[in-house]
Design a protein. Sequence first.
Length: 50
Amino acid sequence: MIINPGSHDEQGPWDPDAKKSYVDTRYFWTLLPLLLLMVGGFVIVYAFGS
């Protein structure tokens, strides 16, 4: 299953005056599990590596 965070948004005309948010929260929930897996991997390697 491919995750597409923007698929629920209507496909309106592109607004050149739209204010770009500093953090695009649409991709946050897509990247959060990957970030948790990476952090968990580092913790496991750090805990059991030595």
